[in-house]
Unconditional design. Sequence first.
Length: 410
Amino acid sequence: MAYTDLNTPSRTIMTPGPVEADPRVLRAMSTPVIGQFDPQFLNIMNETMDLLRYVFQTKNKWAYPIDGTSRSGLEAVLCSTIEPGDKVLVPIFGRFGYLLAEIASRCNADVYTMEAEWGDVFDAEQLKAEIKKVNPKIVAVVHGETSTGRMQPLEELGKFCRENDVLLVVDAVATLGGVDFKTDDWHIDAVITGTQKNLAVPSGMAPITYNDRIEKILLERKKIERGLSETSVNSRRIQSNYFDLSQIQDYWTPDRLNHHTEATSMLYALREGLRVIQEETLEERFERHLVHGEALNKGLKAMGVELFGGEENRMPVVTVVKVPDGLDEAKLRATMLNQFGIEIAGAFGPLKGQVVRIGSMGYSCRKNNILRTLGALEATLTYHGAKVNQGDGVQAALEFYTNAKEPVTI
Ligand SMILES: Cc1ncc(COP(=O)(O)O)c(C=O)c1O
């Protein structure tokens, strides 16, 4: 039997995740497995926590990964903090807001939603008014909506939630490590991210951080757990064992109380990805994502395609392009992949078939990737019969790069 070859063809991944893993990360993953209680591994756990605090921009005691994809982090935070009947407000401006609402409802929360048009975000006053009306225990919101390429400003929301004793839980899966995200300064109580986007690590872990306001809830619920026999029932008990943060955090204390078998190779990967970020520095990394996102935007505009959504609140790491009338977006993506080896993404919900999404995240966010994507897209659109300004896209990006304040060499 002929098995699928993993080495060919090679791909350039320009989706909003998963993106290309940093080669250093891949090398780290192939180092020998050691036991999860080996002192050397315990050091790796501590180093990962420190590095996560740097990337989350927090002094929180708790910053560690949940084993699983990003939604495992969302589920762990929500199912450990929501008790049946708790009011949870979810402002929705794209697909992943619905995911937060769904998880909250599975935790038996009393879920309140508010919805913005896809392509928009919420005004701070609108959010404040809804919070006053609903008086929720928790507001759960997405920072960067990969489905629309929009970013919800959080600073004012965070301040208001703190003043009103509301917990703010944020999905920063698509932004952390690529876009400035200030957990402490913005008064965010819990943040969840994923590895496969701006952190340039394969999918498989969900780093989280939370403060003592969240920990207080965990400790109260743990008391209930302790008072129960293994089979008894209490609706306040954290319903999941795997996602019970009160147990998982004990595993991340110096006592290392056993909860699960840590995904050792993934932790090597995460630590290496975070070290790469620390070496680059957050400031430089945010700047890199801004510069390449801008080059892509300038190139697309010069090419003559229309971008989805306004300039304001645009994510620098996800660019959403309208498909020219009469063209089939699936065919465009197939040509990009099969002829050029470049993967871009389709869309969800109301945008399905209407737009394609181009990511410029993590290790994929490089000058050569941007230029090749622009060149391939110009050729692909022309091949499928669209009228574009052949050659102008790449030239505009090249010019932008040449004139950029700091010459961009990667
Ligand atoms: C903003 C956002 N939240 C949550 C998720 C879910 O992540 P995962 O597929 O890693 O579980 C994604 C995935 O693309 C995302 O973009």
